[in-house]
Design a protein around this ligand. Sequence first.
Ligand SMILES: C[S@@+](CC[C@H](N)C(=O)[O-])C[C@H]1O[C@@H](n2cnc3c(N)ncnc32)[C@H](O)[C@@H]1O
Length: 497
Amino acid sequence: MATGLFPGLADWQPAEFVSRLGGAGYTGDVVKEAPSPLRVPYTPVARQAALALLADSNTPFATAARLFHLGDAVPLQNAMDLLGWTIRDLMDLGLVHSNDGFVEAAVQISPQGEEWIATDFPHKQTDHEADWVMGVGPSTRQLNHLIPPIDQPHILEAGCGIGWVARQQVRRGATAVATDINPRALALARLNDRLNQVEGITYAEGDFFLAAAEFAPFDVIVANPPYILSPGGDRTYCETPDGQTLCKSVVSRAADYLKPGGYAIVLLNWVHETDDDWADEPLRWLGDASVQCWLHQTECSSPEQYAWQWVHTDPRLTDPGSVAREYHRWLTFYREREVQRISLGCCFIRNPLPEEPGWRRTNARQLRGFSPLAGQDLDTVMRNETWLRQTEPDTDTLLDTLYQPAQGIGAAVQMVLREGWRRDVIDLHSPGQLAYGGQIDETVLRLLELLAQGQPARQLVASLQAKAADNARTSITQEIAGLVRNLLAFGLVTRSQ
Ligand SMILES: C[S@@+](CC[C@H](N)C(=O)[O-])C[C@H]1O[C@@H](n2cnc3c(N)ncnc32)[C@H](O)[C@@H]1O
């Protein structure tokens, strides 16, 4: 644990503390409710505005929000009204400290849904430049959604921050190891465990994998490494200043720590030269390792778009001049290295079972968020792709094998109206919206319906051929076999057992 941070945590009983916060109405539901100054995404101005809105209120709720959500100093009497004598335990623990009749919290403690999230205050990024710890971001949740449905898996969250993913998985029966190079992150992760009464996560300080080596191999490894390709800066949680080394380091080593059949899920950014060569660099990192890899590009930006996206939202830059100077620094960095494009995506690696082949597959598709079933998509795609590569099924095998639509598959018919004519469009998505989302024609829907009834695709060939001219029959066979292949590749069907 980081020296001096939360001494005595293992013996601390948080029940009264959280019950007092809940009693003050500082709950996930209230904080989520509109209109609330606590809901706005963090910016320095939004924080100031939220503080101004709460300034005249002395309710326990306002005290809780100022103290634990916004990181304000509140009068000791207000803090006592909120916390009672439990404030002494919090002081011993270093969660709050008093100064000149005011009390301040050391870290943010916010209710989110049924959970408590303890992390660094966003406005403290300037104080803790190097070891500031992030809370639960969209990428954290994506990572969690991407975990395949495996019964009681042994999981590694590599670069765990506050260990949120490990905690979600342990609640569902996993055993988890979580590593981080930042001791402050591990101290906060343990605080979160305590606040949420989760036990059993093994924490190890150090490198993503080396620190976890004694607990390997794993069924699942998840990593959301610091992937921002910045020109330099020492924010451990997000920046990979010296080129692409951190993402490369994770992608190239993950398979060594997986069980056969185990998955590594890595979120990453990387640079490339053109719109066509986007997959080359991450695949190069894998070398000729005999692993199954699905590289998914979700966004591709110019250096200008990329730099602006990160620089203008950097909470440390509080005036327009510093934003402009930083933006130019980033662009100069890219220009000097002749960086033309920067991609964002996920790399899914599976360690093959004995007899299974290694393979590489790439897809580029913008995603409108993942559903919690994204991990199911991932598992289905990886298994189907392996079957297609291993057995190289011919047309007859594709048409005669029995399949079922993946559970949770969704189709919706939209009516598109344009100047006097009307068209129905069928949208289909894979259960987790990771593998497929797009328009299909009626034949695909008929095929899925048939498969759902336990019939082989051959039946559809027969009924289409019955109405077709002689010279179209062969092409119908090929077309339906091709559709089956695509349904498998995009995780829309699984083979029946
Ligand atoms: C983007 S944060 C992700 C945290 C958490 N897994 C999540 O998804 O919210 C990246 C984490 O990796 C940690 N980290 C950075 N370099 C590392 C290294 N070489 N070895 C292990 N962890 C590292 C950082 O301290 C940080 O907590």
